[in-house]
Write a protein that binds this ligand. Structure first.
Ligand code: C2E
Ligand code: MG
Ligand code: MG
Ligand code: MG
Length: 284
């Protein structure tokens, strides 16, 4: 009796795995098609100086404009992209598209610093420093207008190689920020090991800042730590003015979040945040 049940459970388990595998393969081939058809888009979210809300940059965030489902967010497909053969292709597309956009903004008289999220494949195959140098060269973008964001999980392997690569990228004048700070297992040891220019406090700590004294303590200490280490600190996920004000009182200089603006297409970003530049263009 027990045996039969176990065998039944086993069969069910296999069916679930098979179904999951099938879903994944379907999604993978859909994503390959999406890349061919140019269905990926970059949205841009404003990053501001908290003290006065002035624009300091934009984070490029990928979206999949699905013909039926509409915009799909990266959480739903980037894990699949990143563990498939598409990874490098999509990562290169993101880098190129964001650099071109940053150069367009630079040429229009609004130097907007653009931050790109790196994918694991970019650190573990090929030479990221060379491709960044080549992109700066081909687009003409001023290096200080480019920023790269890395998460702890992509720093996990090949530490020495990554470290050398980071140094070369920084020598080009491009900054590297530690994204989702505090969510990994060894954030502090990575701060010590890698030459980083700044860190982004994960929104899971920012969200409850006003109501939760533990979050406030963690965010406050992270800001203090950043300052002592000479790092830029950016708070993510600011959804209201009170949170922004609290962050200012704790000495946080930069932030991003729905309160200042959601991720949006480049043209909308233009209209909403670079109006002065557009006026200049119109007047000319
Ligand atoms: P991330 O780099 O930490 O990006 C911040 C995420 O927080 C974005 O989600 C953004 O829309 C969201 N966010 C910003 N402000 C707020 C807020 O006030 N409230 C809330 N609830 N959320 C806020 P998104 O665009 O869905 O991206 C999720 C993650 O996907 C990113 O996290 C990043 O790790 C990854 N990702 C996005 N675009 C790319 C890309 O082009 N390449 C790679 N490799 N990864 C990407
Ligand atoms: Mg990011
Ligand atoms: Mg983040
Ligand atoms: Mg994240």
């Amino acid at each position: 009796r027990a045996k039969a049940t176990r065998r039944g459970g086993h069969v069910l388990f296999e069916a679930v795995i098979r179904q999951e595998l099938e879903n994944r393969l379907t999604l993978e081939s859909e994503l390959a098609l999406a890349a061919d058809r140019g269905e990926f888009e970059l949205f841009y979210q404003p990053q501001v100086r908290l003290i006065d809300g002035s624009l300091v940059g934009a984070e490029a965030l990928i979206r999949w404009r699905h013909p039926v489902r509409g915009y799909v967010s990266p959480g739903e497909f980037m894990p699949v992209v990143n563990s498939s053969a598409l990874s490098e292709r999509v990562a290169n597309w993101v880098m190129e598209t964001a650099c071109r956009q940053a150069r367009d903004w630079e040429l229009s008289g609004n130097g907007v610093r653009v931050a790109i999220n790196l994918s694991p494949s970019q650190l573990h195959s090929g030479d990221l420093a060379n491709s960044v140098a080549a992109l700066l060269e081909s687009t003409g973008l001023t290096p200080s207008l480019l920023e790269l964001e890395v998460t702890e999980d992509i720093l996990l392997h090949d530490e020495d190689r990554v470290l050398a690569m980071f140094k070369r990228i920084q020598e080009l004048g491009v900054r590297i920020l530690f994204d989702d700070f505090g969510t990994g297992y060894a954030s502090l040891s990575y701060l010590k090991k890698f030459p980083l220019d700044g860190l982004k406090i994960d929104r899971s700590f920012v969200f409850g800042l006003l109501a939760n004294s533990d979050d406030a303590a963690i965010v406050g200490s992270t800001i203090g730590l950043s300052k002592q280490l000479g790092l830029t600190v950016v708070a993510e996920g600011i959804e209201n003015r009170a949170t922004a004000d609290f962050l200012v009182s704790m000495g946080c200089e930069e932030g991003q979040g729905y309160f200042f603006g959601r991720p949006m297409p480049a043209e909308a970003f233009d209209r909403q945040f670079l109006v002065a530049g557009l006026d200049v263009v119109t007047a000319a």
